[in-house]
Each structure stands twice: as structure tokens, then as C-alpha cells.
Design a protein around this ligand. Sequence first.
Ligand code: SF4
Length: 497
Amino acid sequence: MTTQETPRRTPAPPPGTWLGMPAFPQAAKEQLQLTEQRRNLVHATTHIRAKRADRAAEVPNWEELRTAAAQIKNRVARHLDQYLEQAEAAMTAAGITVHWARDGEEANRIVGAIALAKGVDEVVKIKSMVTQETDLNEYLESLGIAAWETDLAELIVQLGHDRPSHILVPAIHRNRHEVHDIFEAEMGRYGTPAPPEMSDDPEELANASRAHLREKFLRAKMGVSGGNFIIADTGALVIVESEGNGRMCLTLPETLVSVVGIEKLLPTVEDLEVFLKLLPRSSTGERMNPYTSLWTGVTPGDGPQDLHVILLDNGRTNALADPDGRAALRCIRCSACLNICPVYERVGGHAYGSPYPGPIGAILNPQLRGVTSAVDKALPYASTLCGACNDVCPVKIPFTDILVHLRNKVVQEKTSHHPTAEQAVFNSIGWVMADGRNLEKVQLASRAGGRVLGERWIGRLPLPIAGRWLKARDVDAPPAETFRAWWAKREQKGSES
Ligand code: SF4
């Protein structure tokens, strides 16, 4: 492996699963065996959720802010087509090249084509969930282009040949001793090595990562970012982060490509105010986040001179089309639902088979990818339905309602191919009840059955589903005349008299 190769996170995935993970029930069992990981998770999530609760309690209109955020996001979803066109026009006017990507493959191809056209063999990246969703690093690696993660936690994950396990703190499952060992063993293989005398003191680890990343920041000609928000009326992009590495990525390279999900729009900069109050308190339990970067197009002589934005669908319009599931698109990736979830705290993020773990992963992945694979069918059941996530989500996503809705979808999907006996019965009842004429036909048939088999005839039918239940119970034979027939006769008599 040369220093230009990207450290792979895992071996190549088998088809149908994210990076080779099995479905939740099996993956959870395996993850529960990792005692050290469980200890790290309990320690981290207990600390973060206590901080979140304190910071939220300080804001007198916290509930009103949550409602406002949900309403703003709902408005965006209702008029998404208009806001997208408005944002495209504003970004284009500001000198940004706007691309549209239907799926992850298309987004990757666009980023790869830009990188090849620029002749670069490496890019620096600031934490971007969507590029994990599309496996961009692996795609770039196949083109001979190294993608360097520059967020500290992402760097730990990448150097550890690992997978992210949390939205905000991707290396939450690692403690500082493990981070020390990863840095010591791996940094030298891909650039500036860790200092020989480095201890596992967090400050020394941060200094080692700074030195390792600095040469990459100064050398890279192209940056790839995500985006927390796009302001539709001005075309401004917004990134919220804690370390400042993002700002280096956004300002130093000559070319910047931002890959952003189409649901990340906000109508105006005034709407941003609501989210900048909610997001840091909900995510890291801070009153405000250290770095908030807004950039609107190209400024000659200042920052990247070639800006691209890729607006990614990748299943989002499918989610939008589902009135019962679309609220999941309100998510601002704060991770409060992960930190409060008793299931996540025990099994960790890897069990969810996706870069989106925890409660949001359980409702978002099956909508983005459909409920066809074993991984996605299992996710709506990866919850106790305790509802703790409902209470902390800053955009008031009704998790438990969506989980139940998706469980129903999973059952529908399963029974549409192989109806169970129970499903067959309920489908038949549905057909009967859907139309009065069908009910009449069944009533006629049941009266005929009663005449042939006599009283209490249902118990004598060879119904596989009846089993022991009908042996102990029976239904009286239907009356000789149905209500409808009686009513029709009565009406006829009335008209004759
Ligand atoms: S679903 Fe809500 S709580 Fe969970 S990450 Fe998204 S915004 Fe945060």
C-alpha cells in the first residue's frame, strides 16, 4: 500500500448489506459481546445526554423552537420542488455549478469526473454523511484517488479500518487508549507519523492528528464536503462543526465539491436562526457550536475558485411520497435520538448496517433503500418503542408512529409475495367489506352452505386456520333471510301500498 492509497474501512461488502454487515438481530448479538465497546458507549452517551438535557432546560421557549423547526421543515417538504429550483437559480447566479444526482452512483460519478478533470490524485473531506451513504471513498479509491477524512473522529475510523458508529462522534465506540494505538500503528503508513513519545492524553492525540492532517490540507487541490443546510433564497451553504477542520477544507483547496441531500433546504437565512439554537444543544450539549461556515458562491481571490454542489436524491423522493414516513426527512443529524436510545446504547452503531444508526437509522434507511433487503426489513424492529427519541428530537419526528408504520410495510411486503393463512383471511374479509355486492354474494353462498351442512356448519368446514379454536366454538348458521333481502322486500311493499 502506498501513502496515496486510502485506508479501507472494511473488506468489500457482499451485495445487499452495508459494508458486509448482517441484519440487525444477528449483528446486535455479535455487538453485545464487545464488552469494551459497550463500556465506551455507556460512558459517552450518558455524558452527552446529560449535557443536552441541561442545555435544553436553559432555553425557556425550547418547545416552541422545536415546533417551529418541525413546521419549517414541513414547509420545505411541501414545496420542495419550488425551493430546489429557487436554490439552484441562486447558486448558479453566485457562480456555483449545480449538479443533480438521482442516486449514489450518479453522485460518485460526478465527483470522480470533476477530480479526474482537475487531475488530482487526492481529496480532503469534511464529515459528510451523504458521501458515506454513497460509499464515495471506495469509489474514488477505485479511480486511484485517495480521500482523506479530516474530522478527528472520522480520521480515527479511517485509520482504524473501521466503520463509523455514530452520526456525530463516528468513533464513539473507541476509547483514548485504542485511539493511541491506532495513531501509533497507522499514521506513518499514510503520511506524517505520530510522535514517538505520544501518550494517550487527548491533547497529545489531537496534536498528532493536527500534524498528520496539516500536510494534507496544504497539499490537496480539491475538497469534498457535505452541508448541514442550503438557504434557498440566497443559495448559501452552511456547515456546522466543532474542530475547524471543516473550515480548512472549505477554504484551502482550489476546487470544492459539496454533496448535499435535497431535503437540506431552508427557505431563508431567518429560518437558520431556529436551527442554530437547536442543533448544538441537541447534539453536543453546547450553547453554540465553535464553527459555523456560510458561503455563497465564488469570491475572486478568496477561497475555492471552482465550486460545485451535487443535490442528491438517493431515495429521498420515495420517503417524501409517503405521508406517514416523510417526517424522517426533517432530521438535522444532531444525534440526540441515538444518545437517548437504550437499544443503541447497548448494541452500538455498527449493528444497524448503515451510516445512519440508532432510531433515525431505523426509520430512515428502510425509506431510502426500501424494505427489500434483510438489513432494511429488520430495522423497524430495532426498537422497544419506548418513545424516548420522540421526546428529544429537535424537529419532533414521531419515531414510534413511523416505526409502527414501517413494520406494517415490512409485513405488507412479505405477505404480498407469500401470503400467510391469516393474511389470506384478512384479504378476503377486505374484499367482502369493500363492496356491498361482494357481501351479498358471500351471504348467498353462506346460506347455501347452511342449507347443505345444517346448523353450526362452520365448525364442520375443513379450514386449516380454524384448528382447535373452531373445535371449541361455532357460529350459528346464517339466517334464512339477510337484512338486505328483508329491507328490499320491505321497500317494495311500501312502494306497492
Ligand atoms: S432524528 Fe431528530 S434527534 Fe435524531 S438525529 Fe435527526 S434531528 Fe436529531
